[in-house]
Design a protein around this ligand. Structure first.
Ligand SMILES: Cc1cc2nc3c(=O)[nH]c(=O)nc-3n(C[C@H](O)[C@H](O)[C@H](O)COP(=O)(O)OP(=O)(O)OC[C@H]3O[C@@H](n4cnc5c(N)ncnc54)[C@H](O)[C@@H]3O)c2cc1C
Length: 500
């Protein structure tokens, strides 16, 4: 096979969206994806299979620095982690693009403003067919275009919660979602959050941008192709080859341009593992590759009224940002609150295996299930490292105070709404769902491996486009920001590398 013009490593949000932006450019593009397409089997709608048997987890272990191995919730399939995502496709707030003072330190600015980035958010919302409503959320940044589709409707218990929160003077708002609710429910009456998408109900990286990209005959996808290392040219200024393993065979491809989009942990690991003169890996003259790993500080909160049943099927349609830019009284920011997909006894049992099943079922039938999300700040000592082929993750959490305070505030709010029992539990380190920051972008090559178009400062033909470029984690879900930047980078590649 002759070498393609461009190799994209990974078909997740970053890789698939760059591919869609390259469609029609005339460039030959090869997407190398480690995973396979998700098969449509009954496991896909079974909470037992997903949460208790952990059917979809990878067969690999990462290690915590200094010790214990763990099996990460990091999904290797065509479409990447987005196959399992909650499909919340929300913009960072305008303020997230500037420095912001937090309890645990300062959240760094992006190298460009929200206003400059805004058109790419609008394009990404079209690509992912996002449904939402403008004008409900006081932190909502300027949108140059309205959502193309009305929000996914609240189920009755959620509509009631919306009214109750409004009654407290708060501003609950519809979650912007990449969900076609009829198509999702046709395949089974379940939530979608953390469920694999084997149909078309969720607009994820595969059903959205990848499907668009593959309409171009010059764009090809190879599955089961695990990239191991990149090879630099002898002068070190460019990447000359991509080395991967497929079907037990070692292969090498030599494109003109490489887009690394293996996810924030795996992209960093590939760069760190790649041979380099000083042994620090590639794109790493700043020594920042793998550092600044962030993942949000999150907890689940169950608001329970034993007298009322919650018969929601999907539940995940509401958010609250009243504590996003301040604590509501002029203090420092706390974070975002949004509904989880409706949980059941199996989901709860996965966290408290000792608890009696009947009690968990009874609790789940009466709970409204929320997700509290606070910003994790970049710290060079919070990092991805490699140990041969293995991955070592030292997630040093930061800025935990907002999570404590948000938990307290929301517990009081739910009690005031008439839920006498409010339980909370932090998500653990095995869940790197919102991983980011490990190959960050910035203007200064001394402190950031990538320039503001995600091009490696060290190698002119290498782009890294996935959660790793994010300079801060903000306190909202990352996928739409990754997709918007991927469209921006794709446009930049077309202009600077493919024209003429
Ligand atoms: C359960 C869950 C719920 C979530 N909910 C939301 C949500 O509602 N909203 C939101 O914004 N975000 C959500 N997220 C996070 C979101 O899915 C990620 O931020 C997003 O998918 C990251 O995209 P990415 O391109 O950085 O990487 P990924 O999606 O991880 O894609 C990386 C791709 O690279 C492939 N790959 C990895 N290593 C190699 C290799 N060596 N060779 C070749 N291919 C490789 C992977 O298989 C994968 O396809 C959720 C995540 C999870 C797990």
């Amino acid at each position: 096979m002759s070498s393609p013009d461009i190799v994209i490593v990974g078909s997740g949000i970053g890789g698939a969206t760059v591919a869609s932006a390259l469609a029609g450019s005339g460039a030959s593009v090869l997407i190398l994806e480690r995973g396979a397409r998700l098969p449509a089997t009954p496991h896909a709608r079974s909470t037992r299979a997903i949460f208790l048997d952990e059917h979809y987890r990878p067969k690999e272990m990462w290690r915590e620095a200094g010790g214990a191995p763990f099996n990460p919730g990091n999904y290797y399939y065509v479409g990447g982690n987005s196959k399992f995502f909650g499909a919340v496709l929300i913009r960072y707030r305008k303020e997230d693009f500037s420095e912001m003072e937090h309890h645990g330190g300062v959240s760094p600015a992006w190298p460009f403003s929200y206003d400059e980035f805004e058109p790419w958010y609008s394009k990404a919302e079209r690509l992912f067919r996002v449904r939402g409503a403008l004008g409900e959320d006081p932190t909502e940044p300027h949108h140059s275009q309205p959502y193309a589709f009305a929000p996914v409707p609240d189920e009755p218990p959620v509509a009631r919660a919306r009214a109750e929160l409004r009654g407290l003077g708060l501003h609950p708002a519809s979650l912007p979602l990449g969900i076609d609710i009829e198509a999702w429910l046709k395949d089974g009456a379940t939530p979608w959050d953390a469920f694999p998408n084997t149909g078309t109900g969720k607009v994820d990286a595969e059903t959205g941008p990848l499907a668009e990209a593959l309409k171009d005959k010059d764009i090809r996808l190879e599955t089961g192709a695990e990239v191991e290392t990149l090879e630099a040219a002898p002068d070190g200024r460019s990447i000359s080859a991509v080395h991967y393993r497929q079907g037990g065979e070692r292969k090498r491809v030599a494109p003109k341009l490489v887009v690394l989009s293996a996810g924030a942990v795996d992209s960093a690991a590939i760069l760190l593992r790649s041979p380099s003169p000083g042994g620090k890996g590639l794109a790493n003259s700043s020594d920042q590759v793998g550092r600044n790993f962030m993942n949000h500080n999150t907890c689940a909160m169950l608001a329970i009224d034993p007298r009322r049943r919650n018969d929601s099927v999907y539940q995940k349609t509401l958010m609250l940002n009243d504590y996003y830019l301040s604590d509501g009284r002029g203090g420092k920011p706390l974070g975002n609150v949004q509904l989880l997909g409706k949980i059941d006894g199996n989901v709860l049992k996965a966290s408290v295996r000792w608890a009696p099943r009947a009690a968990l079922d009874a609790m789940a039938r009466r709970s409204l299930d929320w997700y509290l999300m606070c910003e994790d700040l970049p710290d060079p000592e919070s990092r991805v490292m490699v140990d041969g082929a293995g991955i070592v993750l030292r997630w040093r959490r930061s800025n935990m105070e907002p999570l404590k305070r948000l938990t307290r505030v929301m517990r009081d709010n739910f009690k005031a709404c008439g839920y006498p029992v409010v339980l909370d539990r932090e998500f653990d380190k095995r869940t790197p769902s919102h991983q980011c920051g490990t190959v960050r972008m910035g203007n200064d090559p001394a402190s950031a491996p990538l320039d503001p178009f995600c091009r490696a400062h060290d190698h002119g033909n290498l782009f890294v486009v996935d959660g790793s470029f994010l300079p801060n984690s903000a306190a909202v879900n990352p996928a739409l920001s990754i997709a918007a930047q991927a469209l921006r980078v794709g446009g930049h590649i077309r202009r600077t590398e493919l024209s003429g």
